[in-house]
Ligand binder design. Structure first.
Ligand code: SF4
Ligand code: SF4
Length: 319
């Protein structure tokens, strides 16, 4: 991205006031970027911003509460920061947001479907909407739009929710789109038996690794997570689908109206289970009931963190 030199210069300038700045750097192979925790000018030189920088770095913020933290954030990532601020899980005065225009994102599952074994990729480069992937056998020119994760197809963000510094490449258009949520529509069109079979089939593959929980920026009570506690003992260690289902439903309900649809849970899932659809469904219900979209207004009170004696959109007296 053209703004990376300018971004690095600004981070260098602000670093003496901060304990750490979180960004991305090249990962262990050509197709992976890794979170970077920058505390020295040398580490700032490793910073990269490209469509392989897929991690929502807001996940690290609650754990760094009490420190002065800078964060490099795409527009959609600032939505998670907004929700964390709303819930007082982080403090605004401890935070410096280096907001960057999102360069798009690559879903590695889709990339693997196009080019095969990702271990054979020697290099990957980006030129606007084109992605060039080199393997020992061939060079493939792919469309970035075809590689976008599902979350980038149903929500579009032109501007950040909040920013202290903003970095934009004037030649670059917004990559994410607001298309119909076909996965959710298809699910809603199933009858209850079909839906039951759908989730039973998917959740049976869950290995209860809890990557979906650990990567979630809003899943903040991991030390006392009901998946791990023995008192109260909500879940057993059995591997039958009922226990996996129970865990997913509890996770989803705890995130109802708080989930910022960053898609990290689904990206981290090693079993490719479409768990983001459950969160999206609950968020649509919350929006319908309370007119609320998580993380978009740092001054708003999330509806499930408060109550009113009577909710206008809930007609409980008629039941
Ligand atoms: S539940 Fe998934 S999509 Fe929602 S905030 Fe957590 S990681 Fe992001
Ligand atoms: S990341 Fe996937 S496999 Fe792991 S616990 Fe979550 S749903 Fe199950």
């Amino acid at each position: 991205m053209k703004y990376v030199a300018e971004l690095k210069a600004k981070i260098r300038e602000k670093l003496p006031e901060l304990d750490v700045v979180i960004g991305w750097k090249q990962g262990f192979d050509p197709v992976h970027a890794s979170p970077a925790f920058m505390t020295t000018p040398e580490e700032i030189e490793q910073l990269v911003v490209n469509p392989l920088c897929v991690q929502n770095l807001a996940t690290y913020l609650p754990g760094l509460k009490g420190k002065k933290v800078g964060i490099v954030a795409r527009e959609c990532d600032t939505r998670s920061i907004g929700e964390l601020l709303q819930e007082s899980l982080i403090e605004r005065e401890e935070l410096t947001v280096f907001s960057v225009k999102c360069p798009g994102a690559v879903d590695l599952v889709k990339l693997r479907q196009q080019v095969g074994d990702l271990g054979r990729v020697r290099s990957i480069s980006f030129d606007g909407p084109r992605v060039t992937v080199e393997t020992p056998d061939e060079s493939s020119s792919l469309d970035l739009g075809e590689l976008l994760p599902g979350k980038c197809r149903v929500m579009a963000y032109d501007e950040p929710v909040l920013a202290d510094f903003r970095f934009v490449d004037p030649d670059q258009d917004t990559v994410c789109r607001e298309e119909a949520d076909t996965d959710l529509v298809a699910l809603e069109q199933m009858d209850l038996d079909e839906r039951f079979a759908y989730w039973r089939g998917h959740l049976d593959r869950c290995i209860r690794c809890y990557a979906c929980r650990n990567v979630c920026p809003m899943c903040v009570c991991q030390d006392q997570c009901i998946a791990d506690t023995r008192d109260p003992h909500w879940l057993s260690a059995e591997t039958d689908v009922r226990q996996k289902w129970m865990f997913q439903l509890i996770h989803a309900m705890h995130l109802a109206g708080r989930c910022t649809e960053c898609g990290e849970c689904e990206r981290a899932c090693p079993m490719d289970i479409p768990i983001l659809t459950i969160r999206r469904k609950l968020n649509r219900e919350i929006h319908e009931l309370f007119g609320y979209t998580s993380g978009m207004d740092v001054d708003a009170v999330p509806p499930l963190l408060t109550f009113q004696p009577e909710e206008k959109s809930i007609t409980e007296r008629e039941w």
